[in-house]
Design a binder for this molecule. Sequence first.
Ligand code: COA
Ligand code: AMP
Length: 635
Amino acid sequence: MSGQDEVYERWRTDPEGFWEEAGRSVHWFRKWDAVLDSSRPPFYRWFPGALTNSCYNALDWHVEQGRAEQAALIYDSPVTGALRVYTYRELLAEVARFGGALLRLGITAGDRVIIYMSMVPEAVVAMLACARLGAVHSVVFGGFAANELAVRISDARPKLIVATSCGIEANRIVAYKPLLDAAIEKASWKPERCIMLQRREHTADLVPERDLDWTEVMAGAQPAACVPMAATDPLYILYTSGTTGKPKGVVRDNGGHLVAVRWSMKAIYGIEPGETFWAASDLGWAVGHSYIVYGPLFHGCTTILYEGKPVGTPDPGAFWRVISQHNVRALFTAPTAFRAIKRDDPAGTYIRRYDLSGLRTLFLAGERCDPDTLLWAQKRLNVPVVDHWWQTETGWPIAANCVGLGMLPVKPGSCAKAVPGYDVRVLGEHGREAPDGEMGEIVIKLPLPPGCLPTLWNDDAGFQNAYLRPRPGYYHTADAGYRDRDGYLWIMCRTDDIINVAGHRLSTGGLEEVVASHPDVAECAVIGVADEIKGEVPLGLVVLKAGVARPAEEIAAELVEMVRERVGPIASFRLAAIVKRLPKTRSGKIVRGTIKKIADGLKYQVPATIDDPATLEEIAASLSAIGFPRRLYQR
Ligand code: COA
Ligand code: AMP
């Protein structure tokens, strides 16, 4: 039995005892009354009665225990040339002062604060300052358009928004302020104040009475103390794509999150306090919350905040430069980053220019990792490559090769085994457990472990409908796959309309809403098609209204612009094809799965329920006219 199997068994025999023990390694102002409150199923709460503070655990506690002069955060920004190191003492001072500034503005426990910032240390300061006061932060990714930000403002109802004047992409500067202003204009809720961090590369005009300058707000602010919060109080809300255009507000609590994420640093990532951990992601995603900010800081590590890309900032050696310069022990990123590096430097020439002897492990997640990419990385870096599976909702890995519990043999294409805490099942027909090797829907038996979402923001009913109703007693992951004879999980695809673009989650339903709103469009379907670098990209198939005679290219270009405007550039919506009709079943459902197979050049069967098989040939011809199927790596 491997170490991971043994620990899994220990958890299975006594789940509450297991988490009680893990809970002992963090700081509490008051211990819990019970480890788990299961009095209100299907709602469960971890560590009820306990009082803690997530910021105290991330900073103050380490300073008190002798880590004051250790680097807490290294800000490395190839797009601006900046490099700044914050010790635990310095980061604490900044956070406490910004907390004081927030207090002066009347922010107290329970208030929501939206953070719409690029990858700058002040974004981390703002997150931790909210945690310090018990205010609930909600970070919104900078690549989203005004409309997406507006939806989040209307739902979270923040008292305050903290923003940067701009974001800096490899090829351009993105002014955030016009997006922020437009979002506030559109939103049904108006924040009282906005704090603007003016970046040197582009400054924004401030709205009198409403907008404040970060520097002025900080001037003279007195450090704020940590507010003891109930373990069950929300720490943050993070919106993620649902099956409609309306995003879901995933809630994370203080206590369960603290215990689980801290536990994962050693058990899953094999990292010791004092070592450097780098999650090359964005603060706007769950990975950024758990593994740029909270996890490494809870564990007393040095974390890296990288404002750049894997390629082009300035070259495909960017990651290796950061690893060697800051002595990174473990790197966590998405397979798409490695596909981009592999494309620009197939022989790994840049890897050999740097001393990577300190790197122990590479972790990949966010999308299915094709075995080619995993093997390429393993061979070139000469370290184990761990594919692990998780979701924004869980906040930490569901299945992984737990490096800190003893490595299991790697099976490329599999995310290894369920992590202790997760009772993962594969359900086949009629909800019965599928035998090994058989595809099914993947569910997790309730209760979910600490750290996973207790509910959706202000939406218990939505939480139940989306995740608990489909299979009573289980959390519905909306992923499909199978378990093999050795207990390894293979996550193959989503069962809903979510697609995964460069590790980012997008709802095709949401994209369809935008495309369908074009005045010339009669109906449309958006599907995810395979892409060499991003894994998947959206493709819009559009039927025009009768009598529309404008050139197809003109309309397609307008659709691309509309999605960029309303959802944001991160949707990577660049492909739109005008077609005569959409293939449908006799009951009128568009056969998206079959269209996807045609676009990807895969074998397909004509669905028995198809209304008119000729529509499939028509679609194949339309797709072929715009270059499909494309030549891709083997998936
Ligand atoms: N603010 C504003 N715009 C942003 C943005 C931000 N924070 N982040 C991305 N964008 C824009 C990009 O500039 C790009 O715009 P463009 O269409 O004008 O070129 C668009 O959104 C798509 O961005 P991205 O998906 O990052 O694609 P890319 O072509 O710029 O880079 C990769 C491709 C593979 C290099 C990139 O996706 C990457 O580094 N991925 C790493 C994986 C990752 O972070 N995963 C997160 C989960 S772990
Ligand atoms: P997100 O919430 O953005 O992290 O996206 C979660 C989704 O990404 C999951 O439901 C999966 O569909 C997919 N995903 C994440 N990690 C993996 C992985 N290691 N293997 C396969 N799919 C993954």
